[in-house]
Design a binder for this molecule. Structure first.
Ligand code: IPE
Ligand code: IPE
Ligand code: MG
Length: 239
């Protein structure tokens, strides 16, 4: 299938996620510092945001920094935080006049995140919160278990009772997003690393060996073909 044929296919996912793994190994293979892998990874991400929009996929989530990534050396964490600040500046320039809503999933009140980045994150979410087209969902300082506990604590504080799935989901960062159809984790690691445990219960998962900075447009096409070849049953009997 070519890229343009995908656009018209009714089996296409509506919400996909990238776990952009392998930046460090990509750099190491080239004798570069890990930071250069992150730089290349975020450049590649910009291209993929464009492809996903062009394909008409409605929502894109990206695992940018996990709640556990704080355990990395300070210099690497500092570099990533700087990158997120620049990324948010770039999004502000690129998307404010487009029909793009930006929702950042993760604890953006954490004082370990530079204050300027926390402010930029809140600002861009507010500035785009009326947009109804594409949703771009970078997940920064995100942990799935932490997100579930946040929901539980909010529910306890609100004294809400008879919580069902729908009511619970209102307390997740992803409450405005469509169901998560497809998760692509690059670099060959077959695990979720605390990514969207609630949202991905019926997602399709795909683990290409490619390291994220090398993940190409053609690799995305291949991944989407795999998604469309899967039979999703949601517990029922189909096909
Ligand atoms: C993932 O790439 C990107 C972030 C955590 C931001 P890694 O940094 O985990 O790269 P590897 O897994 O060490 O190769
Ligand atoms: C998951 O990758 C987090 C992101 C891609 C942001 P990690 O590289 O942190 O995951 P583990 O440590 O290999 O499980
Ligand atoms: Mg990794």
């Amino acid at each position: 299938m070519n890229f343009n044929d995908l656009k018209k296919d009714a089996r296409m996912p509506k919400h996909i996620a990238f776990i952009i793994d392998g930046n460090g190994r990509w750099a190491k293979k080239r004798g570069l510092p890990r930071s250069m892998g992150h730089k290349a990874g975020f450049e590649n991400l910009n291209k993929h945001i464009g492809y996903v929009q062009e394909l008409g996929i409605k929502n894109l989530s990206i695992y940018c920094f996990s709640a556990e990534n704080w355990n990395r050396p300070k210099a690497e964490v500092d570099y990533l935080m700087k990158l997120f600040g620049d990324m948010l500046d770039d999004y502000k320039k690129k998307y404010l006049d487009k029909d793009v809503r930006i929702i950042i999933s993760g604890d953006m009140d954490d004082p370990r995140i530079p204050e300027s980045t926390r402010i930029k994150a809140k600002e861009i979410m507010e500035l785009t919160n009326e947009k109804t087209g594409f949703i771009l969902n970078p997940c920064i300082n995100y942990g799935g278990r932490q997100e579930i506990l946040k929901a539980v604590n909010e529910i306890i504080a609100s004294k809400e009772t008879d919580i069902d799935v729908e009511k619970f989901e209102k307390h997740l960062y992803t409450s405005e997003l469509l169901p998560l159809d497809f998760v692509i984790r690059t670099s060959g690691e077959n695990r979720s690393s605390n990514y969207m445990p609630w949202q991905s219960t019926y997602s399709e998962w795909y683990y290409p060996e490619t390291l994220w900075p090398s993940f190409s447009k053609n690799d995305l096409v291949k991944a989407l073909e795999v998604f469309m070849s899967r039979k999703r049953r949601f517990g029922a009997i189909k096909g």
